[in-house]
Design a protein around this ligand. Sequence first.
Ligand SMILES: [Zn+2]
Length: 350
Amino acid sequence: MRTLRRRGLLQKWRRKAKSKKRKAKSEKQNTKSKKQKAKSKKQKAKSKKQKARYKGSSKSAQITERLKMKKRFLIFILFVLAGCATPRIDRTYTAVSQDSRAQYLIIHYTAGNFESSLKTLSQGPVSSHYLVNQDPPTIYQLVDETRRAYHAGVSYWKGATQLNASSIGIEIVNLGYRDNFNGVEGRTYFDFPQPQIDAVIALVKKIVAEHLIAPDRILAHSDIAPGRKPDPGPRFPWKQLADAGLIPWPDAAAVAERKAAFELLPPDIVWWQTKLSQHGYFVPRTGEVNPVMSDVIGAFQMRFRPAKFDGLPDAETAAILDVLTSASSSPSAAVPPTVPQTGTTMLPKP
Ligand SMILES: [Zn+2]
């Protein structure tokens, strides 16, 4: 019995010891797991630190790269500037064969008051070198004479086209014309005050003297664009420019003599077309009356016989044209092309 009891006690003790061992093991394992957790936390913190460190290093690398780019850009700019530097030009020698780029002088009216004319010519797609106001007759320069102004548009004179490139434009403030009503047909044109004309003549003299513009190249807009443009109109006193020695003018006695002859024997269409071409206009020599010919005769009459400018051929107009073309010392007119060449500046005119 005793042995049995002892054996039972022994077994109990063994079981207790085993359980203790198990507990201790479990505690040990717990501690181990805690340690691992702590280690993992530590590692995480370390990794965070490393990441931050890496971030910092990438930022500094970016700044360095940016500085490098700036340096490269500055070098490029310096290179470009060095290439654009003004070259040294030796002006010791001058060529004999040269003249002014300004070969023509074109006269216009603005068809508006001063304010609207100034705005159109200084702010819009059209311009002129000079604008002459009415009262007071101030001369405004809007474009330097060495530069091109856009006042002529599609134009032709003695074979030359694109006259914006080779002309100086003078715009005169004038309302132009108003259409007649109350049973009266046609248009009524506005006069130019004499002080304004005096200013224009003084300006023309100055330009002609500086650029040596030939008398037969001082023209109306209506001369270089007949039918399309009527300015400066029949009230512009061309005779005063002739009296100032600026433009050719037919001798009155010679005109009277030839007028009588043409009344007896009117010239044919080919004569008109040939003579008008010789004078400088673009007129196709078709041998038949056409609208271009009528526009051209009207432009010619507005300038030389403003009392009547209906565009119809008559003996007096023929006489003026004949005297002018016979006495002309200017080079003979170039044969006009069948179709007028158009300039690069097909801009509308005010
Ligand atoms: Zn004009």
